[in-house]
Design a protein around this ligand. Sequence first.
Ligand code: ADP
Ligand code: MG
Length: 290
Amino acid sequence: MSIQVINLEHIYSKGSPFEYKALTNINLTTIKGEFVGLIGHTGSGKSTLIQHFNGLLKPTSGTILYDGIDIFANKKKSLKDLRRKVGLVFQYPEYQLFEETVAKDVAYGPGNLGYDQEKIESLVRESIELVGLDYDEIAEKSPFELSGGQMRRVAIAGVLAMEPEVLILDEPTAGLDPRGRDEILGQIKNLHKKRKMTVILVSHSMEDIGRLVDKIIVMAKGEIVVYDTPAKVFSQVKKLEAIGLAVPEVTYLLHRLKETYPEIRDDIYTMEEAVVEIERVVFKGGQHVH
Ligand code: ADP
Ligand code: MG
C-alpha cells in the first residue's frame, strides 16, 4: 500500500482554549515495500503523524490517500479495513497486554476479524516466531512473566497477527538496554525483508535508523525538515544540528576529515563504509603508513 499525504494539518482541541497545532503543511509519499525512518525530538509531531496513517486521527485539513483512495471521504467500512491493513505498534505497547496467556493476547486481533480457530492458531504461531520467540516455550505463559523485551515482542506479534501491509512502530526501542534494542531492530529488519511490507519506524536516534532504512523523514516543530535517503540526509549535518539532532559519530569524523581531504565522501553513516572510504582517501587504497 502506498500512503500519500497532501498538505496535512492537525490541530488538537480546535476551537478550545487548549487549541494546539501539532502538524503543519505535511506532504509525503511512501512507496509499497519501503522501509522509512521517522525521526525528530519529543514533541515534533511524530506520533500525531503516524496516527493519521491508520485513521486513528483525522486531518484537520489536508488529504491522505491510501493507494489513491481518500478513506475519510468514503467512511466507515473502509476505515475498519484500513486499521487492519495498517498495523500500528504504540510506544510501550507492552502496557496494552492484558490476556492470561501470550497466545490469547496475540490471538485478540485476528479473533476480532472473525477468522476461524484454525486460521487464528496458525497466525498466532507464525507471528510469535516472526518476532524471534519460541512458540512452544512461551504460548501458555502469562505475558507478565516475561522480560520487558519479550513483552514488547509479544505486543508486536499481536499486530503482525492481523497481517498488515504496513507496519508502523512508534519508538519500539524506547527503554530497552542496548542488547534488547539491537535485537528488536534486527528483527524489524528481518520482518521487512521476509514480508516485504512497508515499515515505518519512529525513533529519536539517528544511529538506530541510519543503517536500516531506505528513507528518513526528519521532523521538527510539526513540520517535515528533510525527507530523503540516509546518505542525503546525513550529508546535511548543519541543517540537522540546527534542529538539535545528532548525526552518527562516523559522519562527524568524515566531515572533519573533509577539511583536510576535500575528495572524501561525507555522506557516510556506517562504520564499515567509513573504514573503506578512509582507506581509499587517507591511506590511498592500501598503501598504509604504519
Ligand atoms: P512526538 O511523538 O514527536 O513526541 P507528538 O505527536 O506526541 O510528538 O506531539 C506533538 C505535539 O502535540 C506536542 O507538543 C504534544 O504536546 C501535542 N499533543 C500531542 N497529543 C496531544 C493531545 N491529545 N492534545 C493536545 N496536544 C497534544
Ligand atoms: Mg511520540
